[in-house]
Design a protein around this ligand. Sequence first.
Ligand code: PMP
Length: 394
Amino acid sequence: MDDPLAWLAETARDRRAAGLRRVLSPRDVVEPLVDLASNDYLGLARDPRVVEGAVAAARTWGAGSTGSRLVTGSTRLHAELEADLADFVGAPDALVFSSGYTANLGAVTALSGRGAVVVSDVAAHASLVDAARLSRARVVVGRCAVPSEVDAVLADAPETRRLVVTDGVDSVDGGLAPLVELHAVCRARGALLLVDDAHGLGVRGPAGAGLVAEAGLAAEPDVVTTATLSKSLGSQGGVVLGSDAVIAHLVDAARAFIFDTGLAPTSVGAALAALGVLRAEPDRVTALHHAAATVAASARSAAPTLGVAEPTAAMVPVVLGEPDLAVAARDACADAGLRAGCFRPPSVPEGTSRLRLTARADLSADDLALVDRVLHEVLGPIVGGSPARSARPG
Ligand code: PMP
């Protein structure tokens, strides 16, 4: 009898040979590392007010939501969060999911389906890709960065139900989708536009209202915004924002909403508290952008040939090439006190393995000085020659 798991060892060997094995390394509560790998962009995950929001919600509502949102899993706190998120982003209505992943699964499948066409951006997040596949719609992969390309696809599409899906802020390199132009194309061609604003909420737009709000599109009836509560809001969960008709439809038809246990009250309470902090302290958004620009300046000075761009959001990509090089750079950073994100295929195209440094609003001047020193120590030798001179004092 053949071993039914033999192929696992084989694929593991292949991934090891290609430098693509992944390991889980649990964090400690107190770490000696300066963290440039998390998505806690505004430094809210451990803010005492946000933590207290989770604790108070657990005391009142319990640790779990106890059921589907349609049965026992909706508390008054869920309704409060949905109203607050809609108000913050400027959308008519909102529906909270258990994650950003399930929010995308639910929204894309319920808004397309058999007989529809989904135009999916070539760099769309995996959750949008999976959602499009699951939808049973015809899926066309195109470049939303080039709206005329989307226009050409829609012009030729025989389907009348049409959905265009894209990330607002690219999760890997921070590139911004041309939402105003894309929306004009969608409107002219009778398509809904769904924008995943996971990396734009709390980062772009007025007081962090997101990239869709920045483009003035959050209240448009033919625009649907999705987001996660797990990045700038420091909690867990996901949300879909859109017209009353869209949200009512999702409650009836989104399987990832109906058949999933509702978001835990702790996460709801934390997200509500985080929104409160963000409203009271909009300077956090400015601090994040300042930190991102400073990190990028350090990387540029340490490795001028790598072409590190001016950041548009929280992430600063440092493209190194082969996976082994990116892993070695990540490990060298960790040894020197800096936790850096490392992206390899399939998260990024072959030959573009990289460090992804994500800035946070709460990085101190000392943290940024350490980042500068470590990037010079690590990147200098990689790009050749001796370590470059530091761009910053200390
Ligand atoms: N969309 C994008 C663009 C993301 O980066 C992520 C998280 N990596 C998600 C969706 C999924 O969100 P969550 O982690 O809340 O499931």
